[in-house]
Design a protein. Structure first.
Lengths: 154, 760
């Protein structure tokens, strides 16, 4: 089965890995999406599937034939971080970092959809991504900073 | 010539409230303390977390991300019943499942692992394990084993009330359900009660809370001959090493434990567990690397918890607020096993009160055993003590901060000795200023709205001195890059960053040239577990000493190369500078030295005698309660703590946020439920066990007093990680009581408990 991950074609065996999360981690050894709950409760495996934000643990591999999957590795360009990645660094928005790839994917989707979110927009959009270290205030600050910077630029 | 002799002394170390006497080696020298006025360029700055780049790019490799060639996957089969005897298990059926490579059951593991016993004491207890080519195959085979299990059922007790009731079932075969009470007393309670104008007695209850680290417990094990490598998500690599060596009967030198990144610990990852032994045993038997990672259900069922408490509190005071007696009668259901953390300690420590008596009874129940959970004992105890203090303030019609200042402990109450530093009074003052206490500005009139607002306060103390033994090396490479070598752990706290900052400061190097190498028992010097908020105060001084030692060596070498007296030289910004104006870069010095290695050695010296070392703080909270639905929303939290020197303010603030947000969850919705009839845990997912989301987070203003604790250690830092969670729940409960005019004495403050209290 053919699938594109971060712009590169890959051949996957859906029988070996029923979920997209298992396929990414076990067949492609792409470990940024994390296995935490395996039932769509925590957001640590959040990826983009043809642009849409999905929980990879709830996405069937067999349903992804020909799809374009993006993980956090797709955010950075050649040698440059995505503004959200830089903002997460600058605002100390990752403690243990286990939820961070999922948080970044959710935040990137939010800013594409709503370039200038208010505080309630951010909280609602990010509420499906748990962080047990309690980094939420810094994640909000990082997203806010990127939104404000892009607003100032336009 | 005199023979160099090591000097060993005894020192007192406090770990999570327990006091231990240890013999330690005196360091060869102790640097002069960094005082509050010492000009520091790197320590005290909000340097970027050194591994932030790896974390935001997805490159950080956690234990569950470790893949070894030919790696197999193990799954543990757990008991579906709470109490009884396993009579039948069919392992052959599992062996027939395609892909299965090995199965273990009762009798197949060394006794030291305590694995796969037939005497079942709680639902979730490991009974067998399977190992297969894939996780899917192992999971399928585990289900086959589960279906084959047969038991002689025995009655169970999963609540403290059930376990201490007359005629209660026997929880454990080897011990009574309830211990004899641990009683600690100072003064004379009867006299204190007789002297009081006001006496209140209250019963407070706290729940079982689950650590719920997003990365589950897990290990990858691989044998090479008789040498075992363990990748483990742990707060203590050396503890895992000794646990594994002891359980498997192999020398510690044959076990290497590695831990690079880990996805949270919060106290539950302090040693080897069933997953570690299972992976190690299968790996040895099958001659292949084996990964064993808890799934979420196992993680929420059997990886530790904060035990519940029942606290009967008697608090007595004179009309002016002076405490005359404090008494606690506590029941603590530990689970099937556990150690004596206990809610009593903070009752002895937070206030100056001449008459204090605590009685703690430890109760076994048929549930997974407790583990330390961020501020163990003190979090539970603070809810009872601080709630009672707030109730007393209401009774006396006294401001709760004024009541606390009236009873401020200016000396350690347990041992009548001074503190190394304790500025709790300043924490109150600063917190009141930031919060606007006592505030009436945001209060909504209850006559016109079902939304009621209230404010509350609570305080905290926690022993954070840390102590020896901890060792570090600082190695300057031939290109002047610097390695800090210390066998410690970074749980997400930022210790990698902290130690790079301390080393760079002491060495006089640029921070970007210094890298902290941690998490390897084989190639790094020993440090202790990252528990008890003691990593920075324990390892920090060893790192500083190692860097000072390396700097002295470097300057000696530079003095030769520059033909200048060494005492005219200093190191700054990776340059050797002389008082005469001459200079030479570290890089040039190292280039000239070639492969002559500069290695500084550091160790943590003994703690100062005769002082108590604590971190203290105060938190102020505003809540909004919906009197129709019972839903509590925390609007804002102001926290001011005193932890001596703060090495990195941004990272310290992150830890404060984390503690407070976990405290919000503990106060409002986190609670493990076990079905009394079946004895089985009911909420073993992250949907059913509610941890805070971004929607639950209040506005948080978290800060530390500036300063340096030069008595505690020469870095001046005490611990910061656990204290922030301690006062949050009682402060929230006080604010709810303020909003409603009625006290809810059991957490979490769920809507039905709030409505129930309102209905009374």
């Amino acid at each position: 089965m053919q699938i594109s991950v971060n712009g590169r074609p890959h051949d996957l065996d859906p029988a070996r890995s029923p979920t997209l999360l298992a396929a990414l981690r076990d067949q492609l050894e792409l470990t940024s999406p994390k296995l935490v709950c395996d039932r769509g409760e925590c957001g640590a495996c959040t990826v983009r599937l043809d642009g849409a934000l999905v929980y990879a643990c709830l996405t069937l591999t067999a349903a992804c034939e020909g799809a374009d999957v993006q993980t956090v590795e797709s955010l950075a360009g050649d040698g440059t971080l995505h503004p959200l990645q830089q903002a997460f660094i600058d605002h100390d928005a990752a403690q243990c970092g286990f939820c961070t790839p999922g948080q970044l994917m959710a935040a990137a989707a939010l800013l594409e959809r709503t370039p200038n979110p208010d505080d309630a927009d951010i909280r609602a959009a990010m509420s499906g991504n748990l962080c047990r270290c309690g980094t939420y205030p810094k994640i909000i600050a990082a997203i806010r900073a990127v939104a404000d910077a892009s607003g100032a630029a336009t | 010539m005199t023979e160099p002799r090591a000097r060993f002394v005894q020192t007192i170390v406090e770990v999570e409230g327990r006091t231990e006497s240890r013999v330690v080696e005196m360091p060869a020298f102790e640097p002069a303390p960094w005082t509050a006025d010492t000009p520091l360029a790197i320590v005290g700055t909000s340097a970027i977390r050194v591994d932030a780049y790896e974390k935001v790019t997805g490159r950080a490799r956690y234990t569950a991300d470790i893949v070894r060639p030919g790696m197999l996957h193990a799954v543990i089969v757990r008991s579906p019943i709470a109490r009884g005897t396993l009579t039948t298990v069919d392992l052959d059926a599992a062996r027939a499942v395609p892909g299965v490579r090995g199965v273990m059951g009762p009798g197949d593991a060394p006794a030291g692992t305590r694995l796969f016993r037939t005497d079942v004491g709680y639902a979730g207890q490991p009974l067998a394990a399977v190992c297969a080519d894939s996780l899917d195959a192992a999971t399928r085979a585990a289900r086959v084993v589960t279906r084959s299990l047969r038991f002689d059922l025995a009655p169970h007790a999963v609540t403290v009330d059930d376990a201490i009731a007359p005629g209660a079932p026997t929880v454990r075969s080897d011990k009574p359900n309830a211990s004899t009470p641990d009683v600690t007393e100072r003064g004379d309670i009867a006299r204190g009660l007789a002297e009081a104008d006001v006496t209140l007695t209250r019963e407070y209850r706290t729940q079982v809370a689950l650590h719920s680290a997003l990365e589950p417990h897990g290990a990858v094990c691989e044998w090479t001959g008789d040498h075992l490598t363990v990748w483990e998500s742990t707060q203590g690599i050396f503890r895992v090493r000794s646990d594994v060596a002891k359980a498997l009967g192999v020398p510690q030198a044959s076990v290497r434990v590695l831990k690079d990144y880990m996805g949270g610990g919060f106290g539950a990852k302090n040693g080897a567990g069933a997953h570690t032994f299972t992976a190690a045993l299968f790996a040895r038997a099958l001659g292949a690397p084996v990964r064993c990672i808890n799934d979420r259900e196992a993680e929420q069922t059997d990886s530790g918890n904060r035990p519940a408490t029942v606290q009967k509190v008697t608090i007595a005071a004179r009309r002016d607020g002076t405490l005359t007696a404090l008494a606690l009668d506590a029941l603590v259901p530990l689970g099937i096993s556990g150690w004596e953390g206990g809610p009593g300690q903070i009752y002895h420590e937070l206030y100056a009160c001449p008459n204090v008596r605590t009685s703690e009874t430890w109760v076994y129940i048929n549930a997974s055993g407790m583990q330390a959970f961020r501020g163990p004992g003190y979090v539970e105890g603070a809810f009872g003590l601080e709630s009672a203090m707030n109730a007393l303030a209401r009774e006396l019609q006294m401001d709760p901060v004024a009541l606390r200042l009236k009873n401020l402990a200016t000396r350690d109450q347990r041992a009548d000795r001074p503190f190394s530093g304790n500025r709790l009074d300043e924490c109150y003052a600063e917190g009141m200023k930031r919060f606007g206490w006592p505030s009436t500005v945001n209060r909504l009139p209850s006559t016109v709205s079902h939304l009621r607002r209230g404010i509350g306060v609570a305080a905290q103390t926690w022993p954070t001195g840390g102590g020896p033994p901890s060792y570090a090396l600082v190695r300057i490479n031939s290109d002047a890059s610097v390695d800090v070598l210390a066998g410690t752990q970074d749980l997400g706290t930022g210790s990698r960053t902290i130690f790079a900052q301390i080393a760079a400061e002491a060495l006089g190097a640029r921070l970007d040239t210094v890298r902290a190498v941690i998490g390897d028992t084989e190639r790094l010097p020993y440090t202790g577990n990252s528990w008890g908020s003691m990593t920075t105060p324990s390892v920090g001084p060893a790192v500083r000493m190692a860097a000072e030692d390396a700097r002295m060596h470097l300057l000696e070498a530079a003095a030769q190369l520059m033909d200048l007296p060494v005492d005219s030289l200093r190191a700054e910004g990776s340059m050797v500078l002389s008082s005469s104006g001459a200079s030479m870069s570290f890089a040039d010095v190292c280039k000239r030295l070639g492969n002559v290695q500069i290695v500084g050695r550091g160790s943590r010296g003994p703690n100062p005698a005769g002082v108590a070392i604590v971190t203290v703080g105060a938190q102020f909270v505003e809540v909004e309660v919906d009197a129709e639905t019972g839903v509590v929303r925390v609007l804002r939290v102001v926290a001011v703590h005193d932890a001596g020197r703060i090495i990195n303010p941004a990272l310290a603030e992150s830890q404060m946020h984390g503690g407070i947000i976990q405290g919000v969850g503990y106060a409002l919705f986190e609670e493990r439920h076990i079905d009394r009839t079946s004895g089985v845990p009911l909420n073993t997912s992250l949907h059913d066990y509610k941890v805070p989301t971004m929607l639950d987070v209040p506005a948080i203003d978290a800060s530390f007093l500036s300063g340096s604790d030069t008595v505690a250690n020469h870095v001046g830092a005490r611990g910061i990680a656990e204290p922030p969670i301690i006062p949050t729940a009682p402060a929230i409960a006080a604010a709810v009581a303020d909003a409603l005019g009625v006290e809810v004495r059991q957490i979490p403050l769920t809507p039905w408990r709030v409505l129930g209290a309102l209905a009374e």
